[in-house]
Design a protein around this ligand. Sequence first.
Ligand SMILES: *Cc1c(COP(=O)(O)O)cnc(C)c1O
Length: 399
Amino acid sequence: MRVPFYRPSITEREIDEVVTCLRSGWLTTGPATRAFEEEFAAYVGARHAVAVNSCTAALHLSLEALGVERGDLVLVPTMTFAATAEVVRYFDAIPVFVDCDATQCIDVEAARRTLHQLASGQRVFGVPATHGPVRAIIPMHYAGQMADVHAVRALAIEHRIAVVEDAAHTLPAFTRAGADGPWQSVGTTADVTCFSFYANKCITTGEGGMAVTNDTTTAERMRLMSLHGMSKDAWKRFTAAGSWYYEVVAPGFKYNLTDIAAAMGRAQLARADELWSARQHLAAAYRRGLADVPGLELPTEHPDRRHSWHLFSIRLDLGVWKQGRDAFIEHLKKRGVGSSVHWMPLHMQPYYRDTYGLRPDDFPVSAALWPRLVSLPLFPTMSTEDVAFVIDAIRSMSG
Ligand SMILES: *Cc1c(COP(=O)(O)O)cnc(C)c1O
């Protein structure tokens, strides 16, 4: 028996949709992409959705539409994937790292302190002496549990900065401001929210992404820039009323999604709740099965958030697991269990460390977490026997 880290859930429904697209004669951005955008916007309850070929592209287009320029500052969690910070560098702007809290999402109090230090001219780790204004903050929803977006919103209003959420792990997910507050879906709590349809994300198109916003001007700018900055009329080329004529009004990018991918995305979106329900069930099985294993910290679940369960990331107590995280992963591998690590904090990665002169202890919570993190297999087609197999592999180590 073997349990891989991830395997996508593809049914006849996805296959049929893709085959229908292939037979239709229209492969690139067209009717399936438009339908996918409308269905996605409706699913999260937002006004506009712009389909693109990755979440990284969505993040890039968001910052472009919000006016980020060379030398500007953008607050980014250090506990995140490379994409969240690299898009800031695309503008020659500066990512200002922020530590994480117990949910491994951005620590909003730390972000508040950083903004205060910047406003009062104090030194902030990694920020050069001359720089532009702070433009935005990019909370990332670790493992599929939303960051404290209510506190982020309050901070953003106070400092007049934009909020772009990196929701690559998150579909569906909800948050409320308190036990009495209404549940709000991910995709409705930021200026722009960016989703990923990479192969192992909550829903997949192989590669793909979506930028979601309620602001029409932002949506139009992202749409324009997603396809070479070709004027709106250019999109009519994709309809029956299409024409050969277009105008280039900005130096845009090539980020549009294909109809082949969108066809798959529509089938996956229709199954998003079913896929979530399977993952949630498996996460609960892990929680029950691992509760009494000494030296394991299980994911922290906030009562006012509904988790997407993209990842089941545990933390080892290294006082108990003396052989360390790498040996833990090696042992799982020998037992036929795949696992991963999310993530080495970005401020410890050579590029950011060397470019901005950062030391591990500049962001001590993330730095201390890094050697303790292990993400266990979690995907919708896993069986409860698979979960039991992983738990057995872990128990066989704990002696
Ligand atoms: C996967 C991921 C991305 C990038 O998504 P792509 O669709 O591969 O560009 C961005 N941020 C986080 C947190 C991710 O996990």
